[in-house]
Design a protein around this ligand. Structure first.
Ligand SMILES: Nc1ncnc2c1ncn2[C@@H]1O[C@H](COP(=O)(O)OS(=O)(=O)O)[C@@H](OP(=O)(O)O)[C@H]1O
Ligand SMILES: Nc1ncnc2c1ncn2[C@@H]1O[C@H](COP(=O)(O)OP(=O)(O)O)[C@@H](O)[C@H]1O
Length: 275
């Protein structure tokens, strides 16, 4: 497991040595055979070496018994954070973009998924790597155990916020599109990320418009009392107070493509579309 991870790590460094940040830069000598690259982990406890002849890298502990401090986080006791010399900045250079989270919030039917898809396509055409975390989709797997009661919605958002943070750390532009009705839950996700890396996008589309669209017939069922606790009908939605981008009202573009262009423009201005 460790060896396989190390192999792919070193494969990356060979393919694009420039991609690694200076503090981690690995010496390169294509003519020599044997160990030509090695990197030491942040706490100095491990060193990775590999051979250019294709043999598996070795993982050696050079500090034997030395251990960093152990932590307790939530219910996880005696855990330790492991660093790797290949960091976010290196992955970003590889991708020529900066990892971030575009968090799209709004009522059911406000156009979150449509926007997420249009944005993904637009960025893909520009050669930028995105990944969509859509509420409906994530509830098919990771969050299938969660209902729509308030504490489960909060857990839904917390988990997606943590996953989005991992994607951003991978250097990817992560588009999270969820109703995410509670301000406090969205703010908690914002606080997981460095300043600027969380871009909250509000789909400012009225309940009347969403209900008129009703593509899945859910509003109709909610009005008929067949779905209980439906957002906007008999469950709350708290609009953002200070979001980065608000879409849907007159003047901010109405088609999904125009909306996606607003976000791409924002990302360009803030430097997220280059490393
Ligand atoms: N009670 C209730 N309230 C709101 N939405 C409901 C409900 N029950 C099912 N659905 C469907 O679930 C989709 C929303 O899932 P999310 O994970 O985005 O919701 S939340 O953020 O946890 O509030 C939502 O998808 P979208 O229409 O794309 O928003 C609905 O298809
Ligand atoms: N900008 C838009 N203008 C008009 N209709 C839209 C727009 N965006 C989405 N729609 C339509 O509204 C409906 C709901 O869109 P969807 O993306 O599924 O919303 P959500 O993910 O918020 O539930 C769909 O029928 C979609 O085609």
């Amino acid at each position: 497991m460790i060896a396989a991870g190390a192999k792919s790590l070193l494969g990356l460094s060979i393919a694009s040595p420039k991609g690694l940040s200076d503090r981690n830069s690995l010496s390169s000598n294509s003519r020599s055979v044997g160990v030509v690259r090695s990197c030491v982990s942040m706490d100095g406890s491990q060193t990775l070496s590999h051979n250019t002849n294709g043999s598996f890298p070795e993982l050696k502990s050079i500090n034997g018994k030395k251990q960093g401090p152990l932590s307790t986080v939530g219910n996880s006791t005696n855990i330790k954070w492991h660093e790797c010399p290949v960091e976010k900045v290196d992955r970003q250079r590889l991708l020529d973009q900066k990892g971030c989270v575009i968090w799209v919030t709004g009522l059911s039917g406000s156009g979150k998924s449509t926007l997420a898809c249009a944005l993904n396509q637009m960025l893909y055409k520009k050669g930028k790597l995105c990944y969509i975390l859509d509420g409906d989709n994530v509830r098919h797997g990771l969050n299938r155990d969660l209902s729509f009661k308030a504490e489960d919605r909060a857990e839904n958002i917390r988990r997606v916020g943590e996953v989005a943070k991992l994607f951003a750390d991978a250097g990817i532009i992560c588009i999270a599109s969820l109703i995410s009705p509670y301000r406090t839950d969205r703010d908690a996700c914002r606080n997981l990320l460095p300043e600027g890396d969380f871009v909250e996008v509000f789909m400012d589309v009225s309940l009347e418009v969403c209900e008129a669209r009703d593509p899945k017939g859910l509003y109709k069922l909610a009005r008929a009392g067949k779905i209980k606790g439906f957002t906007g009908i008999d469950d709350p939605y708290e609009p953002p107070l200070n979001c980065e981008i608000s879409l849907g009202r007159e003047g901010s573009g109405t088609s999904p493509i125009e909306m996606a262009e607003v976000i791409v423009g924002y990302l360009e201005n803030k430097g997220y579309l280059q490393a």
